[in-house]
Design a protein around this ligand. Structure first.
Ligand SMILES: NC(=O)c1ccc[n+]([C@@H]2O[C@H](COP(=O)([O-])OP(=O)(O)OC[C@H]3O[C@@H](n4cnc5c(N)ncnc54)[C@H](O)[C@@H]3O)[C@@H](O)[C@H]2O)c1
Length: 279
């Protein structure tokens, strides 16, 4: 299958990598040239790591690299399946999908990797609503096994079927979720971040102590490490979106500590500073 991945940031590059490793021809598009360069470096690094771990052969690496095309021209995205992974904003996603529809037409499938924007709303804004579906990877996409497939109210069963086949082809475990705020994983996980921030806000403990304790209880990462990995501003957008979608239920209240970090550009790993500082 020919796959177009839109956005080469934290998620897009990993989605492109696993698709290329599964034998799909991939066009990875981003408007930012530097991000594309960084994505190429990251994919090479991940493939080398996979060889080191004995999970990939040199031949497998070459073939994955041959399957990848990096571009900052949207006109190059002529594909059968689009997976959009750009900023978590409905207006921006709507505009990009409209541009892609003009290039690709009605037979292409238009998937979004959104964490919290209703797929039904994305489909309602789109010229081919039956072709819209959610394919929601987790971070880091080249490692995490789970993918949620989300059917909008308008999605055709045939499109869901192709989305499931695609997820199977990239060797991920798939769950089908209905279109509800945060779907399944983000709805459960939201409290991990929101409660962590409340503990910090009340000055019960510092962010690193909270992370240490959570890790000691068996989690791979604490909430602040995870927000830095996800992108502090992306994680905040998801909380804000879910807060609104749950009718301002205080359980999902966005936290000023996180809002200030996002305003300052302290996005976490990708900007070199978030709750922690990175080299
Ligand atoms: N970060 C996570 O852990 C995570 C996990 C699951 C899902 N998501 C979702 O995936 C999506 C992407 O998140 P991310 O963390 O990869 O974001 P990111 O900020 O790391 O990357 C987004 C990329 O999109 C590019 N972009 C912005 N506008 C564009 C446009 N009009 N055309 C083409 N490229 C454009 C930006 O240059 C940037 O490189 C969001 O919807 C987010 O909610 C994120």
């Amino acid at each position: 299958m020919k796959v177009g991945v839109i956005g080469a940031g934290v998620m897009g590059r990993g989605i492109a990598q696993v698709s290329a490793m599964a034998g799909h021809k991939v066009v990875l598009f981003d408007i930012n040239h530097e991000v594309l360069e960084a994505a190429k470096t990251a994919v090479t690094k991940n493939l080398n790591k996979a060889i080191e771990l004995g999970k990939l052969s040199e031949e497998g690496k070459r073939s994955a690299e041959d399957n990848m095309q990096y571009t900052n021209s949207i006109a190059d995205v002529r594909v059968e399946l689009i997976i959009e992974a750009i900023v978590e904003r409905l207006d921006v996603k709507t505009k990009v999908l409209a541009d892609l529809a003009e290039i690709n037409g009605e037979s292409t499938i238009y998937a979004s990797n959104t964490s919290s924007i209703p797929l039904t709303q994305i489909a309602a804004n789109f010229v081919y609503p039956k072709q819209v579906v959610g394919i929601h990877y987790f971070n880091p996409a080249h490692i995490m096994k789970l993918v949620e497939v989300i059917s909008a109210e308008q999605t055709s069963p045939e499109v869901v079927k192709v989305a499931l086949e695609y997820v199977k082809s990239v060797n991920k475990t798939c769950v089908v979720a209905k279109d509800a705020p945060g779907f399944i994983v983000n709805r459960v996980a939201r409290h991990f971040y929101v409660e962590g921030l409340k503990i910090l806000e009340e000055d019960v403990a510092s962010h690193d102590v909270i992370d240490d304790l959570v890790r000691a209880s068996g989690f791979k990462m604490g909430p602040f490490q995870l927000m830095d990995l996800i992108g502090v501003e992306t994680n905040l957008s998801v909380t804000e979106s879910m807060y609104k979608l749950f009718n301002y239920d205080q359980k999902f209240r966005p936290n000023r500590i996180q809002q200030k970090k996002a305003q300052a550009g302290y996005y976490g790993r990708k900007s070199g500073k978030g709750f922690y500082t990175y080299e």
